[in-house]
Design a protein around this ligand. Structure first.
Ligand SMILES: [Zn+2]
Length: 287
């Protein structure tokens, strides 16, 4: 029987061949920014897969499509921390999905985009920004406007946020740990056999899997042991495996977002930063 796996992505898997390894010298600051971008996209992905894990292990009701629901859970968790780091993390994740959309072949959509389990990448990015601006209009309206979410939709997003927050709180609350023994969540980094040593080293050094395993173990009472695994998957993706009760983060996923940042996002951000500085210099001279 084929393994039942719930994935994070459909289209993005084809992108690895579009974004070749970028052979260029990076400054330490540029490398740090690329690492942070990859980790930010990984954060939303890990919470998405943990959402599948919680639905499965806690037998949670899901009203609507599960892929949309766990995207929502991941976004709510990052909004709930209230930190600037998580706001930037959400913005980086949105940018990741928007770039994924822009890589779509010129012939446009194929039917599988419509009958697949996931919403379109562009819808996933707008759903995230809607929850952001719905949670705190003043904090996020400037960003939402920048990525073209109209003001009338920004206003109605408050209700999307309220319903999403109420739903997830209601189903998760009975399973919160509240002093019970910590759940059994193990971690493993499978050897890449040299294919993605940088991605493996990055995840191990930053203790990425440990961080999410701790979060699950401390917050929720699970009926059975579960596992967080990082490995070579042969595709740019992440999964929850229903049979092994395992969140699987592919090294290819981390590698892909690192390369995407260096090849596509960094040049744009550096250009805008330069323009901003030039503008400020000009304004300064006018004083
Ligand atoms: Zn999924």
């Amino acid at each position: 029987m084929a393994k039942a796996k719930l994935a994070i992505a459909t289209f993005v898997a084809a992108m690895a061949v579009i974004s070749p390894a970028v052979a260029q010298q990076l400054s330490n600051a540029q490398r740090d920014a690329a690492v942070q971008f990859a980790l930010n996209n990984t954060r939303h992905t890990m919470f998405h897969e943990i959402g599948h894990l919680l639905v499965d292990q806690l037998d949670l009701p899901v009203l609507g499509r599960e892929e949309d629901a766990v995207d929502t859970m991941a976004t709510l968790l990052m909004l709930d921390t209230g930190t600037e780091a998580d706001v930037v993390g959400l913005q980086d994740t949105i940018e990741g999905w928007l770039y994924s959309e822009s890589f779509r072949p010129s012939r446009g959509y194929v039917n599988s985009a419509f009958y697949g389990a996931h919403s379109l990448d562009i819808q996933r990015s707008y759903a995230m920004v809607c929850l952001m601006v719905g949670s705190d209009y003043d904090r996020h309206t400037q960003y939402a406007t920048r990525i073209s979410l109209p003001i009338d939709r920004q206003t109605s997003c408050a209700e999307d946020y309220r319903i999403a927050e109420r739903g997830w709180s209601a189903v998760l609350e009975p399973h919160r740990r509240e002093g019970a023994p910590a759940s059994d969540v193990s971690v493993q980094y499978r050897d890449t056999r040299g294919e993605y040593p940088e991605a493996q080293a990055l995840l191990e050094q930053a203790q990425v899997l440990e961080q999410y395993a701790d979060w699950v173990a401390k917050n929720y009472v699970l009926p059975r042991p579960v596992r967080m695994t990082a490995e070579n998957c042969g595709e740019v993706n992440a999964f929850y495996d229903l049979e092994t009760r395992e969140v699987i983060l592919c090294y290819e996923w981390v590698d892909f977002f690192y390369e995407l940042y260096v090849s596509d996002i960094m040049p744009v951000r550096e250009h805008f930063e330069l323009m901003r500085k030039l503008k400020l210099d000009k304004l300064g001279r006018l004083d």
